[in-house]
Structure formats: structure tokens, C-alpha cells
Ligand binder design. Structure first.
Ligand code: COA
Length: 505
């Protein structure tokens, strides 16, 4: 037996069945809410059985598409497998799967890119219709409908509460010692919402288990399948330079007395630059750091291990295979220093504002006034989604955005006259860092922001073009508060579309 000893409940043990049998209980056109956040804690067996069923039905001329609600990105066994058989009609929120991305950008899958803290509350309001099935991976089942969550919490409790029927995957690959790491607290809907009583990142305010009405559980499937666990992004010279600029800035803020020597709770974002910042923090002067963030990645585990970080709060792990092995072998040791919470708590603007988090997020492009595009390439092509960037950037005490100054081998400038899509207003962008330097935008007017961003952060190949645009805009713009030339703001994107580069020939 795969998960012997993991199901400590007679009623639910009697509902154990195969993934194929469980997949038969999900009907075409219905809405399924799955667990899973950044490739951790997502169901793996039932979605693959479902994909096989959908493929068979399509061959028989019976289209079978689902509305899929998740926590965030999942793994190839869900987003990839279901998109490959054209099984996802609607998807929310964040995704990063290449097959699903392709479907979204071909206009074949409708995609709603909510702020991650908002997805479950909007669904719970009823505005998006009924959730038919909650399909949730857990580590173990206890008596009385108590469930030990696995490597992510995401929107699981909300899906369990909302769904008409529940299917559980009990995954014995997940270490049993995860039991006790989670803090499940449900935020009541307005007008009954109470303050979330988290005063420090390590505070525990709820139950360590999820709860389910056992009468709603129609299937329990046992698995032993690993999480996605992608290898970490390579730390290249550009990422290390950006990280160096960020760490120099944080050190400066400590010297000025604007930040304590332990900094403030960190939200380090994701991707190669975030990894480089975390690696840099390991040899930085900061001690007793904390994280109040969305995911625990390798760099955070390293900081916990070397003692520079005391405690980290998030909603999920996002680990490399090596780091997952290391952590899984010793989960008990980490249980008191890592807290996994529902994503409307890990990403709660109320808590982020109270703790004064330092948000550090990547961007796709930023314009000279500091508006940020995190999601759409050339204005229309969805990369992944906004994730938690909006949750953190607006409410943080210090909001940094960081990325290389150019993309695609220099054919694209990440700093443009105007963003081709806008996710974050300039008010939510305090610091911009590229490998060229850092722009501190606090207290600066739009014109002062433009000059600082262009001079400090733009790539030298594009800086003269940006200065030329800005100079001409100041001469011809109707308003001189944030000068712009309406007929030229997207000319850089148009040039790329026509010639394959933003550079003028
Ligand atoms: N124009 C076109 N493409 C761009 C671009 C731009 N201005 N900037 C980046 N890209 C492309 C890169 O070329 C690369 O494409 P490839 O995979 O085909 O090589 C891809 O975006 C990823 O960029 P990379 O530099 O490797 O960084 P990354 O893996 O860290 O991803 C984001 C950067 C912004 C796409 C990614 O972090 C993201 O989706 N962010 C939104 C959500 C978020 O920030 N969450 C943070 C935690 S809440």
C-alpha cells in the first residue's frame, strides 16, 4: 500500500479508489478548484487520469473542458496535461506552464489573472459561480475531517469550504513531519472580517490542519509522486550585478538609520534575480532577518541554515530537487522556523503593511515614469501573470522592482517610453534596480523620476534614445507634468514588431 498509515479515518479509508475512478466523478463543463502553488502541493494522479479521459472523450467527438481554479502555478501533471488535451476552458489565477501559456495566447483558454490574495475571496463571494469539485493534495488524513496539508496551502481551505464534492490525493512522497508546520486561518467575508492578528512573521494564529466535511468527500486517492521541483535559475553576471546594487542600497538604508540592521520582513520575489539577491544576503552584514513572503525557495532555506534568517512565513515551497531532498529529510528541524499559511494571509495587504515588508519583484518592462509591466510581452502576449507582486508592492514599506536593463540579447530595452501593458502604478514603485545601477524614486516628481531611471538604470545602447525621446517630449507635450508624445510612446514596440529590435538602425 502506497500511503499506509496516512489515512487515519475509517469513513475516508472506505472511499479510497484509483485515480481513474476518481476522475470519472468530474463532469464536463464544471469548475474544479485544485491545490497547488508554484509547483508544490498540487494533485498529480487524478489530473493525469482526467487528461486521459478528456482525450478519449474528444476522440469520440464529445468536447470536455473544465474551469480550473488553483492557488498559483501548478505542475505539468495539471496545467500541462490538461492544456495539452484542450481540457481547460477557463483558468485562474497565476500560471507558468508552456502548453497553457500557448493556449491562453492563442485565445483558446480564458485566463483571469487575479492578485493572488484576491482569488479565493472573489470566488467565495459567489461572483464566479459554483465550485463543483475541490481536488486537494494532502500529506495525511486525520479523524474528524482534519487534513494535514502538503507542501503548499494556497486556496485549499477555501476550495474545501466552497466545493459541492471533494476529492483528496494523499501523497506519501510528502514528509509526514510536515504535520505542524502550517497555520490555517480563514479570513471571514465582509462585513464580518476581523483584523488578522499577525504581529511578527512567525506568529501562528490558526489551526495546523485543514478541515473538511467528510460527507462531501467522494474519493480518496493514494499517491507517492514528487512535486515539480525545478532546478534553480543559474546565477549569471547580470543577476549578480543587480543583486549587488540591491544589497548596497539596503546597506545604505541601514547606515542612514531608515532600516534596522535585521532589515524588515523580506518578500524576495522569484526568478534568477531574486535568487541572486538571496545568495548575496548570505554574505551580507544583515543578521536576524525574517521573511514574510509567498514562497520558500532555496535561498531562504540557505539563510535559515546559516542562521542569518530566524523565521520565514509563506504559502508554499518552491524548491530545487536537491533542496527539497535536504528539507524533506529533516522537516522536523524546519517546522518551528517555517510557517505555511493560506495565500490570502501570506499575501494579505493588511499584514504586509503592518509588518512593513521589503518587496523585491522582477519586471518585464518599466517606463521612464516608473509604471511597471509584470505580465504582457509587447502589450498582448501573456507571460505568466501578476502573481503576488501587486499584493506586496502596494502595501510594502519599501517596494523594489529589479530586472536586466535589456532582454532577448539586447534587442529589447526593458526601459521604454511607456509600458505596453501596466500592472503597477508608479506610486507602488519606489526603487528600480538593473545591472546598470539603481534609481531611488522616493519623493521624486515624474520628471525627476524619468531622469533618474534613464541615467541610472537604462542600458548604454538605449540611454541616448530615451534621453532624445524625453527631451523632445518636454518640448512638444501638451502637459509638462509627465511629458509624453502620444504618437511615439509605443514606437519602440512597433519597431521591434517590424524589425526584430527596438534599436534604431
Ligand atoms: N520583453 C520581452 N520579453 C522579456 C522582457 C521584455 N521586456 N523581459 C523579460 N522577457 C522574457 C525573457 O526574454 C525570458 O524569455 P525566455 O524564457 O524566452 O528566454 C522570460 O521573459 C523570462 O525572463 P528572465 O529574465 O529569464 O527572468 P525570470 O525567469 O525571472 O522571469 C518574469 C521574469 C517577470 C517574466 C517573471 O518573474 C514573472 O512572471 N513575474 C510575474 C510574477 C512575479 O513577479 N512574481 C513574484 C513573486 S510574487
Amino acid at each position: 500500500m502506497i500511503g499506509q498509515g496516512r489515512i487515519d479515518c475509517d469513513i475516508l479509508r472506505s472511499r479510497v479508489m484509483s485515480a481513474e475512478e476518481a476522475a470519472e466523478l468530474i463532469q464536463p463543463g464544471t469548475t474544479v478548484g485544485v491545490s497547488g502553488f508554484t509547483g508544490a502541493g498540487y494533485p498529480k494522479a487524478v489530473p493525469q487520469a482526467l487528461a486521459a479521459r478528456i482525450k478519449k472523450k474528444s476522440r469520440e467527438g464529445m468536447p470536455f473542458r473544465l474551469n480550473l481554479w488553483t492557488g498559483s502555478s501548478t505542475g505539468p501533471e495539471i496545467d500541462g496535461a490538461l492544456a495539452a488535451v484542450d481540457g481547460i476552458g477557463f483558468r485562474m489565477p497565476f500560471q507558468s506552464d508552456p502548453y497553457l501559456r500557448d493556449k491562453i495566447n492563442k485565445g483558446e483558454t480564458e485566463y483571469v489573472d487575479n492578485h493572488l490574495s484576491c482569488a479565493a475571496p472573489i470566488a467565495a463571494s459567489g461572483a464566479m459561480g459554483q465550485l463543483h469539485t475541490a481536488l486537494i493534495e494532502v500529506t495525511a488524513v486525520r479523524g474528524g475531517g482534519k487534513l494535514v496539508p502538503s507542501s503548499s496551502v494556497g486556496n485549499n481551505q477555501s476550495w474545501l469550504d466552497q466545493a459541492k464534492q471533494v476529492i483528496l490525493e494523499v501523497n506519501s512522497w510528502q514528509p509526514a513531519d510536515l504535520d505542524g508546520m502550517h497555520d490555517i486561518y480563514s479570513v471571514a467575508r465582509p462585513p464580518h472580517t476581523q483584523p488578522i492578528p499577525i504581529l511578527t512573521p512567525g506568529d501562528r494564529i490558526g489551526d495546523s490542519h485543514l478541515s473538511v466535511d467528510v460527507n462531501k468527500v467522494v474519493a480518496v486517492v493514494e499517491t507517492a509522486i514528487p512535486d515539480r521541483n525545478s532546478p534553480p535559475a543559474v546565477l549569471d553576471g547580470v543577476a549578480l550585478k543587480i543583486a549587488g546594487n540591491v544589497i548596497d542600497f539596503l546597506s545604505h538604508e541601514v547606515r542612514q538609520g531608515r532600516l534596522p540592521p535585521s532589515l524588515l520582513p523580506l518578500q524576495p520575489g522569484v526568478g534568477s534575480v531574486a535568487n541572486a539577491v538571496l545568495a548575496g544576503l548570505k554574505s551580507s552584514p544583515f543578521t536576524n532577518m525574517t521573511a514574510y513572503t509567498e514562497v520558500i525557495q532555496d535561498g531562504i532555506v540557505d539563510l535559515l541554515d546559516c542562521g542569518r534568517m530566524g523565521v520565514a512565513s509563506a504559502t508554499a515551497f518552491s524548491l530545487s530537487p536537491d533542496c527539497a531532498r535536504r528539507l524533506n529529510a529533516d522537516m522536523k528541524k524546519y517546522r518551528s522556523r517555517i510557517v505555511l499559511r493560506p495565500q490570502d494571509v501570506s499575501n494579505s495587504p493588511e499584514v504586509i503593511r503592518r509588518l512593513g515588508c521589503i518587496a523585491m519583484n522582477p519586471f518585464i518592462e518599466i517606463d521612464i515614469y516608473g509604471f511597471v509591466n509584470s505580465t504582457h510581452v509587447m502589450g498582448s502576449w501573456m507571460m505568466n501573470g501578476i502573481g503576488g507582486t501587486g499584493d506586496f508592492a502596494r502595501s510594502a514599506s519599501l517596494s523594489l522592482f529589479m530586472a536586466p536593463s535589456v532582454a532577448q540579447g539586447g534587442k529589447i530595452s526593458a526601459i521604454v517610453p511607456m509600458c505596453s501593458h501596466m500592472d503597477h502604478g508608479a506610486q507602488d514603485v519606489m526603487i528600480v534596480a538593473t545591472e546598470q545601477g539603481l534609481a531611488d524614486l522616493r519623493g521624486k516628481s515624474p520628471k525627476q523620476r524619468a531622469e533618474t531611471i534613464i541615467n541610472n538604470c537604462a542600458h548604454p545602447n538605449y540611454r541616448p534614445l530615451l534621453l532624445d525621446y524625453y527631451k523632445r517630449a518636454k518640448k512638444t507635450s501638451t502637459g509638462l507634468h509627465a511629458p509624453c508624445m502620444l504618437d511615439e510612446v509605443f514606437s519602440w514596440h512597433e519597431r521591434f514588431a517590424k524589425t526584430g529590435t527596438m534599436m534604431r538602425r
